[in-house]
Design a protein around this ligand. Structure first.
Ligand code: PAF
Length: 273
C-alpha cells in the first residue's frame, strides 16, 4: 500500500493505473462504517484509494475542528489490512491555497437540516469532495447513507457539474444495540451512550408504525419525538429522495431523518424506506 501526501505525486502515480478505481473519502478516525465503504469499493473495483483529510472548510467557527479525532497510524493499519491500494494523506497546504475558488451548496437543499444549523458546512464539503474527485479521478466513490444530506448533495453536484464518477450509497453500520456508528460516538459518556440509543429507537418506532400502515408524517414525527425525550431534538424530518418534505410516507421513496443533541454531541441517524 502506498501512502501519498502530494497531489502531483498521486496524480502521476494514478496515471500508471488503468484498473477500475474506487474512492473512499474520509476524515480519518476510521471505524466499521468506513470499513464497510472500503469493502464495497473492494468488491466492485480493482484499485481502491482512501483519502484521510480533516477538511477545515466544512467546520464553522467554534466547531470541533481542533478536537476532531486524528489517528493516522491506526487508520493506515486499518487501510493496509483492508487491502487499500493507496492512502491519500494530504496536509491543508496540499489541498488549499490562498484566495480560493470554492463551491456553494444549493440554496434550498444545502441550507436545511444540517445546513440550517451549520450554514456553509456543505459549501466546504462540496468544495473538498470536488477537489478530491479531480485529484483521484475515480470511477466509483462511496458514501454512507447515514450522512444522507451530504450524500444527496454530492450526487447533485456530480449531476450538475457533469462529473464522471458514479456515487455509491452504502448502508449505515450499527452497533448490536442499534446505535449508528459515527466518529463522534467517542465523545459520549457511558450515560450519554445509553441516551443516544433513543435516536435509533425513534426510527425503529417509525418503522413499526409503517408496518401498521400508518403513513402520516405528522403522526410519525409526534411518536418519534416522544421516544427522543428528553433529548434536545435538532430535527425530525420525513423527506422524499429528492429531499422534499412529504406529508405521507411513500415506501421506496422516503428517508426519515433525525438529529439530536446528546450531552454536547450532535448525532444523526436516518432510515431509507
Ligand atoms: O463524511 C466525511 O467524512 C466528510 O464530510 C468527507 C466526505 C470526507 C468530506 O470531507
Amino acid at each position: 500500500m502506498k501512502i501519498i501526501s502530494d497531489v502531483n505525486e498521486l496524480k502521476t502515480y494514478l496515471k500508471t493505473q488503468n484498473e477500475t478505481r474506487g474512492f473512499v473519502p474520509t476524515m480519518g478516525a476510521l471505524h466499521d462504517g468506513h470499513l464497510s465503504l472500503i469493502k464495497e469499493a473492494k468488491k466492485a473495483c480493482d484499485f481502491v484509494v482512501v483519502s484521510i483529510f480533516v477538511n477545515p472548510t466544512q467546520f464553522l467557527a467554534g466547531e470541533d475542528l481542533d478536537k476532531y479525532p486524528s489517528r493516522n497510524d491506526a487508520d493506515i493499519k486499518i487501510c493496509a489490512l483492508a487491502g487499500v491500494d493507496v492512502v491519500f494523506l494530504p496536509q491543508k497546504h496540499n489541498i488549499y491555497g490562498h484566495d480560493e475558488v470554492s463551491l456553494k451548496a444549493p440554496n434550498v437543499r444545502g441550507f436545511v437540516l444540517e445546513g440550517a444549523t451549520r450554514p456553509g458546512h456543505f459549501d466546504g464539503v462540496l468544495t473538498v469532495v470536488n477537489k478530491l474527485f479531480n485529484i483521484v479521478n475515480p470511477d466509483y466513490a462511496y458514501f454512507g447513507k447515514k450522512d444522507a444530506q451530504q450524500l444527496n448533495l454530492i450526487a447533485l453536484m456530480v449531476k450538475q457539474l457533469f462529473l464522471d464518477v458514479k456515487i455509491v450509497a452504502v448502508d449505515t453500520v450499527r452497533e448490536s444495540d442499534g446505535l449508528a456508528l459515527s466518529s463522534r460516538n467517542i465523545y459520549l459518556s457511558k450515560e450519554e451512550r445509553k441516551e443516544a440509543l433513543k435516536i435509533s429507537l425513534s426510527l425503529y418506532e417509525a418503522s413499526k408504525m409503517l408496518q401498521k400502515k400508518i403513513y402520516d408524517a405528522k403522526e410519525i414525527k409526534v411518536e418519534m419525538s416522544k421516544i427522543l425525550e428528553p433529548l434536545e431534538i435538532g430535527y425530525i424530518e420525513i423527506l422524499n429522495r429528492d429531499f422534499e418534505m412529504i406529508e405521507q410516507v411513500e415506501i421506496g421513496n422516503t428517508i426519515i431523518l433525525v438529529e439530536a443533541l446528546v450531552g454536547t454531541t450532535r448525532l444523526l441517524d436516518n432510515i431509507w424506506l
